[in-house]
Write a protein that binds this ligand. Structure first.
Ligand code: ADP
Ligand code: MG
Length: 361
């Protein structure tokens, strides 16, 4: 589908794949699901259909995690995706909603300021005053719409929401109904309704989930990529897609530059070099896979507009510097040490060493 928007929704972007899956899918579908659980997992992890259609992988990681996530959504429990930033929680939840409900747009962004209206309903005050409480004056939350339409709703960053607002989910998730006392009525969820929440496990303790709420969820923890190869695959695939959708007139000539960014991130995260021989210090920022992707995308933009159109060491060095040095004193020292002890000594990394030096000034 060629909708000219900056970022099409997953169900628009992958409409052809979803249609091919639906056509090939002869397995039982839970009520109101667009696809069977098997087809949903294939959509997420990729595969080849009997008619030869290639389904691109969206998530790279363990099949079992995705199977558990999908199976959960076919039960009366909601799904909680937990993990450090950049482990594809939001990404997976969008694709799950696209594949299961054909609609990934029902979304509540959790923040410390999220109010109950965002989860239940609010009022159009002009109407409320003019006409009194009526269906027409009711402003439905995405959760209410999902209940009414039998779809999935996504709740981002659940643990940032104040505890009393979180608790308004308990009855809704256990009774599958939302009372509207002002209209002396209720909205009962239709088949197909469920909720996918995401939470950052670094936020834990900020607003610890109440045990009553936790019991309504099955938790799936999304890990950082196990191996350098897996991370390289994720990053290169996304960088290529993003570069194309931003129509950047530049190219990644080979995987070397991407491999370098992934290596630097993994080494700093792990606190040692990949050969295990040198200990390095870990900076304060999250050097996530998502961050690596954005360093490379910015690099492509630099290469396109101020370079020769090919991604080079100098194009990624600035981005890496920015990702690593969040604290101008401690992180800078860590980065200088890494440049001097690791980058400088490494064969074939002289261009990157010089670029890094230049940015330090
Ligand atoms: N295992 C993975 N498989 C595929 N993409 C991944 C993976 N890990 C990270 N990504 C990429 O990282 C980006 C950011 O992920 P996001 O869902 O925003 O992270 P989170 O919500 O966990 O902070 C996405 O563009 C996604 O493509
Ligand atoms: Mg997220």
């Amino acid at each position: 589908m060629t909708t000219d928007v900056l970022r099409p929704h997953a169900e628009q972007d992958h409409a052809a794949e979803l249609a091919a899956l639906a056509a090939a899918d002869d397995r039982p579908r839970p009520p109101a699901w667009k696809l069977s659980p098997w087809a949903v997992v294939t959509y997420l992890l990729g595969g080849t259909l009997p008619d030869g259609t290639e389904i691109t992988p969206k998530y790279v990681g363990r099949r079992r995690l995705i199977e558990v996530a999908v199976a959960t959504l076919a039960t009366d429990r909601a799904l909680l995706l937990l993990g450090v930033p950049g482990t594809a929680k939001t990404w997976v939840s969008e694709h799950l909603a696209a594949a299961i409900s054909g609609d990934s747009t029902l979304l509540v962004q959790g923040t410390a300021g999220t109010a109950e209206e965002a989860i239940r309903y609010g009022w159009n005050y002009a109407r409320l005053i003019a006409e009194g409480p009526s269906e027409r004056a009711l402003v439905e939350s995405p959760v209410l719409r999902a209940m009414r339409d039998g779809k999935l709703v996504r709740l981002e960053e659940l643990t940032r929401i104040p505890a009393d607002v979180q608790d308004s989910l308990i009855t809704l998730l256990s009774e599958k109904t939302l009372p509207v006392p002002e209209l002396n009525t209720e909205v009962q969820a239709r088949p197909g309704f469920n909720l996918i929440a995401t939470a950052n496990n670094r936020d834990r303790g900020v607003n610890e989930l109440s045990s009553a709420l936790r019991r309504r969820f099955n938790t799936v923890v999304l890990p950082l990529p196990d191996t350098a190869e897996a991370e390289l695959e994720i990053v290169s695939r996304r960088v290529e897609q993003l570069g194309a959708s931003l129509r950047l007139p530049s190219e990644v000539a080979d995987l070397a530059e991407i491999r370098r960014v992934v290596t630097v991130f993994r080494e700093l995260r792990a606190g040692r070099t990949e050969d295990g021989r040198t200990a390095v210090k870990t900076p304060s920022g999250t050097l996530s896979t998502a961050e690596a992707i954005s360093v490379l995308t910015s690099g492509l933009a630099l290469a396109a507009h101020f370079g020769d159109g090919v991604l080079r060491a100098a194009d990624v060095a600035a981005g890496i510097h920015g990702a690593v040095v969040k604290d101008p004193v401690a992180d800078r020292a860590i980065w200088v040490e890494y440049l001097e002890t690791v980058v400088r000594e490494r064969d074939g990394w002289d261009d990157f060493y010089r670029a890094g030096q230049e940015i330090l000034g």
